[in-house]
Design a protein around this ligand. Structure first.
Ligand code: C2O
Ligand code: CU
Ligand code: CU
Length: 559
């Protein structure tokens, strides 16, 4: 294969218009430049930048880090030998805080654990860092003792042993710290890894599409950092309110990455590991046209059939299984994975003076007065923040010639995925009062279990977000659920509706995290049957990690 010289990145820039230039200034120097009226407008959640805004092209000058058999994000087969994950302060250029592991002669940083469904894993977390921590297994069907929910921490110098029976379908899950109040800080510094489960359906897909992990199947872990102080986490009061946003997106811990690909299909397994940022992902060709892709799977594994998409939102902790086809694209061309501009709809209700003010746990005084707080205004002024919803260029693909004929895309990816048939409906309201985001007016209390689910229950949860609010990425530990319905969704979701009852393509598979937009109602179905003896405690929380640390989290007791 001959590698043509990379083209000038400007080839991918759209025609400059005044608005685009304005936008690139905003993205470049940010805040400082942003005029106040626009600030207010954006914080009020009225229309944000239009779709055609685009920042000045980044210089994609670093090869994407593609995980291999060792090193950063390397694939570590788990199941035969016990695995020891050491939480350590990182060294040099990698994550500032990381999980180290060794297997045979190989050393790993934040390894991608790869396990077969049905196996039992023995994993030890050895805390060699200076702060208490715990690893949580996001998305796994697991008992409380092994869930790592943060109610038990591992002190510096101590260790904790997990026994994990892998019950989940094949899919991309992940592990990350969960010490309440410090989750955001540790995750922002890079302490997280992927957990891939494999099974027969997974094998069949790889065989059908001739996919080779590390070559044509590549995980893409998205997060962001502050360029001037990577590895530092010092949230302002507005960060605590709206979430912590960096000014530089990373893909697999690489800034401004490019990837050499051949003109064939690639499977990209995306995790949004950012503390708070949502991405509106799309592929753009260098002639400006959108390159559609197939959505193969969601948080809990493969869809029944591939869904063609032009763009898709991915909120913190969500995963996407994406198949993009570069066939037919001329060698020498570029394709850009970008996050398109969207209205992040950030607003908090103005706090009214306490007139017979509600106590914690009582109805909160939510009034849609639409006044941005001082903190909201402040967040727009931070020079080291690119606010949510700003367009970002994430990864450049450089297309090279391919040989051979591509196998056809299978029409079916998995056995049918029937919806759980629920008996009881439980209302959950996402709101804000007295300076904190809340679920049903409550904040996290380790001594309280506001949600009690009977043994063997199957429930629907109706999650409603207030109009004056912000998007919340709601996550449940221990169970995968299905999205039944979206109602009163914001207008910018309308073009993404792919099925009945307002559902998006990403709503058509198993989920453990669902983004609920301001004003929206999302109905999910959860089958709480589990094989574990006795009562189990799980957590339901917002995966905007600043919201989680701030207490937007409730304990769920499952009998
Ligand atoms: Cu990935 Cu409790 O979270
Ligand atoms: Cu979780
Ligand atoms: Cu939230």
């Amino acid at each position: 294969m001959t590698i043509p010289p990379p083209r000038d990145d400007a080839a991918i820039a759209p025609r400059a218009t005044r608005r685009r230039v304005l936008s690139s200034l905003v993205a470049g120097t940010l805040g400082a430049w942003l005029p106040q009226p626009l600030t207010a407008l954006r914080m009020l959640g009225t229309r944000g930048p239009s779709d055609d805004l685009c920042v000045t092209p980044a210089r994609f000058d670093t090869p994407l880090h593609v995980p291999g058999r060792d090193g950063l994000m390397g694939r570590l087969p788990a199941g035969n030998d016990p695995v020891v994950l050491r939480a350590t302060a990182g060294t040099g250029t990698g994550p500032a805080l990381a999980f180290g592991a060794n297997s045979g002669n190989s050393a790993y940083v934040n390894p991608m654990l790869v396990a077969r469904r049905g196996t039992v894993l023995r994993i030890t977390l050895a805390n060699e860092s200076a702060e208490p921590t715990i690893a949580h297994w996001h998305g796994l069907a697991i008992d409380t003792a092994n869930d790592g929910n943060g109610e038990r921490l591992v002190a510096p110098g101590a260790a904790f042993d997990y026994t994990i029976a892998v019950r989940n379908r094949a899919g991309l899950y992940w592990y990350h710290p969960h010490p309440h109040g410090a989750t955001a800080s540790q995750a922002a510094r890079g302490l997280f890894g992927l957990f891939a489960v494999e099974d027969d359906e997974e094998d069949a897909l790889r065989a059908a599409l001739a996919l080779v992990p590390g070559e044509t199947e590549i995980p893409l872990v998205l997060h962001d950092r502050k360029r001037a102080a990577p590895g530092r986490y010092a949230p302002s009061s507005s960060d605590r309110l709206f979430g912590w946003y960096g000014d530089e997106p990373l893909v697999n811990f690489t800034a401004r990455p490019f990837l050499d690909v051949t003109a064939r299909r690639y499977r990209l397994r995306v995790l949004n590991a950012a503390n708070a940022r949502n991405f509106r992902l799309a592929f753009r060709r260098d002639d400006g046209a959108t390159l559609p892709f197939q959505l193969l799977g969601t948080d809990g594994g493969l869809l029944e059939r591939p869904q063609q998409c032009t763009e898709v939102f991915v909120s913190p902790a969500e995963r996407l299984d994406v198949l993009v086809d570069f066939a037919g694209i001329a060698p020498g061309s570029l394709v850009l994975l970008e996050s398109r501009a969207f209205d992040p709809m950030h607003a908090v209700p103005a706090q009214r003076p306490a007139t017979g003010a509600a106590a914690d746990g009582e109805a909160h005084a939510m009034r849609p007065t639409m006044e941005p707080t001082a903190a909201a205004a402040e967040s727009m002024g931070a020079a080291d923040t690119v606010p949510d919803g700003m367009p970002l260029q994430l990864l450049q693909f450089r297309i090279h010639a391919a040989e051979g004929k591509a196998p056809p895309l299978p029409a079916r990816l998995s056995a049918p995925l029937p919806l759980p048939v629920a008996m009881d409906e439980r209302p959950l309201r996402l709101g804000f009062a007295k300076g904190r985001w809340r679920i049903n007016d409550r904040v996290y209390d380790v001594t309280a279990t506001p949600i009690v689910v009977a043994r063997n229950a199957v429930e629907t949860w109706l999650i409603r977000n207030y109009h004056t609010s912000m998007p919340h990425a709601m996550h449940l530990h221990g169970f995968q659920f299905r999205v039944l319905e979206r109602e009163t969704s914001p207008g910018e979701l309308a073009p993404l509706v792919a099925a009945d009852r307002g559902r998006l393509a990403t709503d058509l598979g198993w989920k453990d995290t669902v983004l609920v937009w301001p004003g929206e109602s999302v109905k999910i179905a959860i089958d709480f049957r589990h094989p574990f003896p006795g009562e189990q405690i799980y957590l339901f929380h917002c995966h905007n990690l600043e919201h989680e640390d701030g207490g937007m989290m409730l304990r769920v007791k499952v009998g």
